[in-house]
Each structure stands twice: as structure tokens, then as C-alpha cells.
Design a protein around this ligand. Structure first.
Ligand SMILES: [Zn+2]
Ligand SMILES: [Zn+2]
Length: 447
């Protein structure tokens, strides 16, 4: 969606579990590398087609058709188009026929109004498709158990994202892990945290009166709103560094010579975790109620839930990093040390997925445009259509495939991943995220 800064958030006493599967299987590595390289000539035209045919959230019809047609040509895949109540959602499944972990990749499709693919979702689609196909190829070659799923996920650029609708429809039931990536220009990192956000709509109902001859008969709804607005401004002194509160007035009363019967505003709040967001929402709502109390106006507050924060799984991230670094020509910037989160002040519905199962939402840096424009700029739209950006998406696809193959092929790894997820969920739900040391860097990207 928006926002222009990011942070690296350093956890102070971060217990990084010893990944017991550090060594790269060179068999796996070179097979994945070759498998994705051999798809290059098929994936490039598909990537280009998506980029050149930008479609808005939930209207990704051409992209849906191109991707499902492409998947139908792939050996062993079962493809379901237009599914789970959304015309542009789709699922493709590759089943080894042997019981084992179920790994999934989300395929982003939507573009932005007037800006085309300025969020680079064509590259996300390419990376996930490459990863899914390579994982299926590895199942065949190495006789691995389990299943691979590709989810065509519509409408990330909105409030009720496609992944939330898929979650509600039960699409991810039985799925063990979910992997995705997102392009930007500054980070290469599988340990990405994003913000939780919600939108509050506030309305005050007062009583109109003439402001000169009988103001005492009125109840001023605009005064109530201004008191609420100012109370929010005062609250900002004691919010956490990662809290963001933005507000506007959508109705400031009728005319200056009357006591206003009605006034309204909108407020967008962001926080490091969904639990913190709930606390912040209570505080902001109290500010709005103060306006009503002071003036006698009636207040109505409607909360529209946005996206949950993204919680990355560090066991999966360790696999991703291992493959990323073992592939030739490791790009700059390097993946940060394992105990650092890359914190992005933006939101994505992959966050909601991460509250349901272990997830990685890997950030990757593409060659920037001339103006070094961030996502959601015309410059980034151009940058996301280049062959350089496509090449990075393929590299991401290799590291994502490696991560999935590790889960399928390493005995006990899925249990380790789940155990880490449970610990992470306890931590974020109990507000134990360490937000003490925040180091600022510039970046922006997601939803
Ligand atoms: Zn995006
Ligand atoms: Zn976006």
C-alpha cells in the first residue's frame, strides 16, 4: 500500500535456534539451479505479459488466464481456475502420492491504479511459479514425499486481501508452510516483518442551532471531533516508535454560522504486531469518546480490520539464506545476520497467512530505475519490467524452492519449523517483541 521508511529491527536476546540442517545438499542445489534456468525461456514471456497487462485487484482476468493456461501445460499438475468464490483466484497442486509435508507458494497478480505493476507483482508471480515447478521437479528426481501447492492470490493491494478470503474459505487447510517474496530496491532478506494496520471511521452526531442567536441550544459535533483529534495528537507522545496514527476530517460541519449537527473523520493506525494494534485501537477510541463526553455529542466508531503483521519463520529463513548464499554471484546487499529482522513500514495480507502457518515473505532488491524510485512509483514500474529484475526473481525462486525441498526432504525439519512458529506466535500475541533497538534504513514496498 504505501509508506516510505523501513527499519532493521534488532532483537536483543534473540534465541536463534541452531539450524540442524545448515549444509546445502549439492545435489539439490545444482538440480534446483538447473531446473529453474531451464524454465527461463518460458517464464520470461509470461513475466513480460503480466507486466504489460496490469490489472487491478480482483480483476486480474488476463493474468489468471495466462497463469492457469501455463500451469495446465506442466506435467503432473492439477489446476483449478476461478476458485474459492473469486473469479481470479486459482490453485495448482502437484502430489507426490506419498504422505509428507504440504508446501505452498503464493502467486501475486494485481497492479495499481494508474501506476501499472509499480509494486512488481509480476516478479512475485515469476518467483513463486519458478519455485513451485522446481520443487515438483525435485520431488520427481529425488523421490520426495509430500505435496506442492501454488495459490493464485488476487487483490493484495486493498483492505480485504485475497489471501484473507482464501483463508476464510479454507483454501490453506492441511497446508504446512507458505512461501512468497516481494521486490524492493534495498533489501535481500527472508526475515521480513511488516506492520499490522486497521482503519477507524468516527462519526459525531450533535444538534444544529443558530450560532449567533441560540448557540446554547446546540450540540457541536465538530467540536467533539476536534477534541478527539487533539486527544489523538496528545496520545502520540506516549506511543511506541513503531506505532503510526494518521487522521483526516472527512466532514467538518455544514456552514460556519451554525452549530454543527454532524462531523466525521477517518483514522489509519499501524503497529508492530496485531496485539499492539488492538491496544492502540483502544487508546485511539478512548480519545474519540473524550470528544463526545466533553460536548454531549454521540459518537460512533467503526473499526475496519486491515492486515496482520508478517511474522517470518526463522528456521525456514535459515534454509532460504543457505541456498541464496550457495548460489553463484551473491548479490549486494547481503542477507543480514540471522538474528536481525528487516522491518518494513507497510502491510501485506501474507501477514494474515503467517498467523495461520509458518511463512517466509522474502524481500529482494532489483536493479533500481534511474530515479531509484521505491515501489508504488513510476520508476519502480519500469524497473520491475527489466530482465535484470526478472533474473533476481529467478534467483529468489531458487532459494524458495530450496527452502521447500529442505522441508520435504529433511526428516524432522517440519516439526522444527512448526515449533518455531508456535514460539513466535506466543511472542507476538504476548507483546514480547523486542522493539528496543531500531535502526533506520530507507525502503518501502509492500501492500
Ligand atoms: Zn506489493
Ligand atoms: Zn504494493
Amino acid at each position: 500500500m504505501e509508506e516510505n521508511e523501513g527499519f532493521i529491527l534488532v532483537s536483543r536476546d534473540c534465541e536463534f535456534p541452531e539450524n540442524t540442517h545448515q549444509a546445502v545438499s549439492h545435489d539439490y542445489l545444482s538440480d534446483i539451479d538447473n531446473s529453474i534456468d531451464s524454465l527461463r525461456h518460458q517464464l520470461w514471456p509470461l513475466n513480460k505479459f503480466i507486466h504489460e497487462n496490469p490489472e487491478l485487484a480482483f480483476k486480474e482476468h488476463k493474468t489468471h488466464d495466462a497463469l492457469t493456461s501455463f500451469m495446465r501445460l506442466q506435467k503432473g499438475w492439477q489446476v483449478t481456475p476461478s476458485t474459492y468464490g473469486m473469479e481470479t483466484a486459482w490453485v495448482a497442486v502437484y502430489d507426490s502420492g506419498k504422505t509428507g509435508p504440504v508446501v505452498s507458494f503464493n502467486v501475486e497478480m494485481d497492479a495499481l491504479p494508474d501506476l501499472g505493476h509499480a509494486c512488481g507483482h509480476n516478479l512475485i508471480a515469476t518467483a513463486s511459479l519458478a519455485a513451485g515447478l522446481a520443487t515438483a521437479e525435485m520431488i520427481r528426481r529425488h523421490d520426495l514425499p509430500g505435496k506442492v501447492l501454488l495459490f493464485g492470490t488476487p487483490g493484495e493491494e486493498g483492505v480485504r486481501g485475497g489471501k484473507i478470503r482464501l483463508l476464510e474459505a479454507g483454501a490453506y487447510e492441511g497446508v504446512d508452510i507458505c512461501l512468497i517474496s516481494h521486490p524492493g530496491i534495498l533489501h535481500n532478506s527472508p526475515m521480513v516483518r511488516t506492520t499490522a494496520f486497521a482503519r477507524l471511521e468516527v462519526e459525531y452526531f450533535g444538534r444544529a442551532a443558530h450560532a449567533a442567536n441560540s448557540p446554547w441550544l446546540g450540540v457541536n459535533a465538530l467540536d467533539a471531533l476536534i477534541i478527539g483529534y487533539n486527544a489523538v495528537s496528545v496520545l502520540r507522545q506516549q506511543t511506541m516508535p513503531s506505532d503510526v496514527i494518521g487522521m483526516n476530517i472527512t466532514n467538518g460541519g455544514a456552514r460556519p454560522n451554525i452549530i454543527h449537527a454532524y462531523a466525521a473523520g477517518t483514522c489509519v493506525i499501524r503497529a508492530a504486531t496485531s496485539a499492539r494494534l488492538t491496544d492502540l485501537e483502544k487508546k485511539v477510541s478512548a480519545c474519540f469518546r473524550a470528544g463526545a463526553e466533553a460536548t454531549g455529542a454521540r459518537v460512533e466508531i467503526k473499526t475496519i480490520q486491515g492486515y496482520a503483521d508478517h511474522v517470518p519463520n526463522r528456521v525456514l529463513a535459515a534454509s532460504y539464506t543457505k541456498y541464496w548464499n550457495a548460489l553463484p554471484d551473491v548479490p549486494d546487499p547481503r542477507i543480514p545476520p540471522a538474528d536481525q529482522f528487516t522491518w518494513v513500514q507497510a502491510s501485506t495480507d501474507q501477514g494474515n497467512v503467517s498467523y495461520t502457518m509458518p511463512s517466509v515473505n522474502a524481500s529482494f532488491a532489483i536493479p533500481p530505475g534511474l530515479k531509484k524510485g521505491q515501489p508504488h512509483s513510476p520508476d519502480f514500474e519500469e524497473a520491475s519490467g527489466t530482465e535484470g529484475a526478472f533474473g533476481m526473481a529467478l534467483r529468489v525462486g531458487k532459494a524458495l524452492a530450496g527452502t521447500a525441498v529442505d522441508v520435504l526432504g529433511t526428516k524432522g525439519l517440519i516439526e522444527e519449523v512448526r515449533e518455531q512458529w508456535r514460539r513466535d506466535m506466543d511472542a507476538v500475541k504476548g507483546l514480547e517483541m523486542d522493539t528496543g533497538e531500531v535502526e533506520c534504513v530507507d525502503d518501502a514496498y509492500i501492500g
